[in-house]
Design a binder for this molecule. Structure first.
Ligand code: GLC
Ligand code: MG
Length: 558
């Protein structure tokens, strides 16, 4: 459909989107696992915080081997989280509060319990049921995996099945856990099914999708061996036969046409698509957000940038340039359910050493909590001043650290087992949120035992402790988000200022006057530029000067 957008800046170009990880946000029934009615009951928190939308990680029917990213039925809610009616109620309540709702779609793989995979296992090699996945014969006498690809969670990306007659059989590909077989996107049936799933949720009123592993759907023809010396997160992804293959773009052109059918003439109601694509370099990532493809993709290179002024300036400049070249808004993100929270990442002695998915264990060097929090607040204040859209991860508005001392026997991330206990995995950032310090499970739910134990330091960080406390992280986020919205910082133009080597500073120009942003990454306090007044600072100033690891937003005085 031919459509015009009635507003200069459709909502998603500068939206702040808050990620809810359903199992860890709010538990209504006391089973220790967050659920949809729990989320609905706490949505006022998001309205008061001042975000535009929430993104929900998967709540679909799933055996939960990868916390719901192993989907057994894309069109149903797992009983752990509630019912379809609960999902409808959540969307309805969010809309009443003026919040849009984005849901996760997981197109790269299904759960082993998906009907299709069960059919594939029960069907012979070469059958149509097997062709929906990537079944191959093994190498040599069949006992070697078909190629050398590693699983992202450790070990080989292939598992061998037992055929109906009891013999050792074919292998199937799983870029993640063995319980997550990859689909074959060369099959029209796979494409049709996932598009029908998009329509299913759009028809229920959701405002868009976050696309899981968006860069993995199409594999290089013939599934050639990969170069195992390449780092899947940092080296050019297109050199790796499982990532960023040209064929993915056709899929997203088709998805864009599909969501555009839902646009309403004369309303700021676009349904949007955001890629989770760990793609390098930035030009390759920008291909996902060309005008006829996706609206957004996560800017993971910003997340991975060390806490150094030169590195941040380069990362911001390059990412704005690449997105700008294709007319897309840039996005910004510091934390999510797969990485060590930024309040902990930035508190490591060497904050340039970015711990991403490996996690921190009790016997690892522990982050400096105060330093990490101070830098996290400064990093967020910097991020929320940048043009584009920003993603927040639940609990970062409370300054939550990672749970770095979780006992190993409570860990649930498949990474821990698959890596032979070499990597702790991602449980540390997934611990249930503290709401009310005096209640069982800190108000997470009526039960005493959340699915992961909350560390003692979470009590003082509970929402009720921080709400109304002027120097709290929660109030800082509320102020940043209000000022960002009032001044439309997300749709302004940035121009760099050269104040000092270890200072990141820029002017954000637009309607309502200039906003000057200064972040001090040096070791000593710095003077504020003359002729400006403070809008908000990420921490207390030191006799009118900006201390190390702090960010301030300024406006011309008088
Ligand atoms: C994405 C998700 C992650 C999940 C993986 C496999 O990276 O964010 O949590 O484990 O995909 O679905
Ligand atoms: Mg529950």
């Amino acid at each position: 459909m031919d459509r015009t957008t009635p507003v200069a800046h459709p909502w998603w170009r500068d939206a702040v989107i808050y990620q809810v990880y359903p199992r860890s946000w709010a538990d209504s029934d006391g089973d220790g696992i967050g659920d949809l009615p729990g989320i609905t009951s706490r949505l006022e928190h998001l309205a008061a915080l001042g975000v535009d939308a929430l993104w929900l990680s998967p709540f679909y029917r799933s055996p939960q081997h990868d916390a719901g990213y192993d989907v057994a039925d894309f069109r149903d809610v797992d009983p752990l989280f509630g019912t379809l009616a609960d999902a409808d109620r959540l969307v309805e309540r969010a809309h009443e509060l003026g919040l849009r709702v984005i849901v996760d779609v997981v197109p790269n793989h299904t759960s082993e319990e998906h009907r299709w995979f069960q059919e594939a296992l029960a069907s012979p090699p070469g059958s149509a049921a097997r062709a929906r996945y990537l079944f191959r014969d093994g190498r040599g006498d069949g006992s070697e995996p078909p190629n050398n690809w590693p699983s992202m969670f450790g070990g080989p990306a292939w598992s061998r099945v037992t055929e109906a007659d009891g013999s050792a059989g074919q292998w199937y590909l799983h870029l993640f856990d063995a319980s997550q077989p990859d689909l074959d996107w060369n099959r029209p049936e796979v494409r049709e099914e996932l598009e029908s799933v998009l329509r299913f949720w759009l028809d229920r009123g959701v405002d868009g999708f976050r696309i899981d592993v968006a860069h993995g759907l199409v594999k290089a023809p013939g599934l050639p061996d990969t170069d195992l010396t390449l780092d899947p997160l940092r080296d050019p992804t297109g050199l790796q036969p499982m990532w960023d293959q040209p064929g993915v773009h056709d899929i997203y052109r088709s998805w864009r046409r599909l969501v555009d059918e839902y646009a309403v003439e004369g309303e700021d109601a676009d349904r949007v698509l955001c890629a989770e694509a760990w793609v390098e370099p930035a030009e390759a990532l920008a291909r996902y957000v060309r005008p006829d493809e996706l609206h957004q993709s996560f800017n993971f290179s910003f997340l991975l940038t060390p806490w150094r002024a030169d590195a941040l300036r380069t990362s911001i400049t390059e990412s704005l340039a690449q997105a700008g070249a294709v007319g897309a808004p840039q996005t910004w993100v510091l934390s999510n359910h797969d990485v060590v929270r930024h309040a902990s990442r930035l508190g490591r002695a060497d904050a340039t050493e970015v711990v991403v998915t490996t996690g921190i264990g009790a016997d690892d060097p522990q982050p400096d909590a105060a330093l990490g929090l101070r830098r996290a607040r400064a990093a967020t204040a910097l991020m929320l001043a940048l043009p584009g859209s920003a993603y927040l991860y639940q609990g970062e508005e409370l300054g939550l650290p990672d749970a770095t001392r979780l006992p190993d026997d409570v860990r649930q991330d498949p990474t821990w087992e698959r890596s032979g206990h070499a990597e702790r995995g991602r449980d540390g950032c997934r611990v249930p949120v503290p709401w009310e310090a005096e209640l069982p499970s800190l108000g997470f739910g009526p039960g005493d035992d959340p699915w992961l134990p909350q560390p003692p330091e979470f009590a003082a960080l509970a929402v009720d402790r921080q709400s109304g406390a002027s120097d709290s992280t929660l109030e800082l986020y509320r102020t940043l988000l209000r000022e960002r919205r009032d001044r439309r910082l997300g749709v302004r133009a940035l121009s760099w200022l050269d104040l000092a080597d270890d200072v990141v500073a820029f002017d954000s120009a637009g309607e309502g006057g200039t906003v000057r942003v200064v972040a001090n990454l040096g070791a000593a306090p710095i003077d504020l530029p003359a002729g400006f007044g403070v809008i908000v600072a990420s921490g207390p100033l030191d006799d009118g000067r900006l201390p190390p690891d702090m960010t301030v937003w300024l406006r011309p005085a008088g």
